[in-house]
Design a protein. Structure first.
Length: 190
């Protein structure tokens, strides 16, 4: 257990170093409309790396970051370091995978192959999302509360969604103040 905590601390330290770097690419979107606390955003197409396991254990989910970070820190066929992007996405539906958005210069054809065969790549087409932002550290209880609030506001405004919520985390665990998290869901918007 002690070794596990040390490994997690080292990984988060690395993540912190990258997340504080001004060269970290931020996710790009266009704000379409704001309704109370909800932002309606248009996102560009993106290329993504993901990792998931069928295991429901919390310790396994905590390992997702380690595997994806290993890939971008050189754990790939070219031993190439790939810039960190922000935010890190965790799907709260289906296989609950963690997703790193790849920098814009990459396509599915020019990404180096991962050393870990459980890392997958996929393209997310342009989409419209509804988003609610919150501070502090995210956890399941807060996420469920924000999902409920976002769903209620969308229902009140007759906006259909696909019920596939995600949590976006913008900061390393070491950042204590001004933390940013979001709950997002794809919507049908005129």
């Amino acid at each position: 257990m002690k070794i596990f905590l040390i490994v997690i601390a080292v990984l988060f330290t690395i993540f912190f170093a990258f997340s504080q770097n001004e060269n970290v690419q931020k996710e790009v979107y266009v704000l379409i409309k704001k309704i109370d606390e909800v932002e309606i955003r248009a996102y560009n197409e993106s290329i993504n790396a993901s990792y998931y396991s069928k295991s429901e254990s919390e310790s396994e989910r905590n390992s997702y970051f380690k595997y994806l970070a290993s890939y971008i820190f050189g754990g790939n066929s070219e031993n190439k370091k790939i810039s960190m992007t922000s935010p890190v996405t965790m799907r709260l539906h289906g296989d609950k995978e963690m997703i790193f958005r790849m920098p814009d210069k990459y396509t599915l054809d020019n990404l180096p192959d991962p050393n870990n065969t459980n890392i997958n790549f996929f393209k997310i087409p342009p989409c419209i999302k509804a988003t609610i932002t919150y501070g502090g550290y995210s956890n399941k209880k807060i996420e469920q509360k924000k999902i409920k609030k976002l769903s209620k506001l969308l229902l009140e405004n007759n906006i259909q969604h696909n019920n596939k919520f995600e949590v976006l985390v913008y900061n390393s665990p070491y950042k204590i103040i001004n933390r940013r998290n979001e709950i997002t869901v794809n919507i049908t918007y005129p």
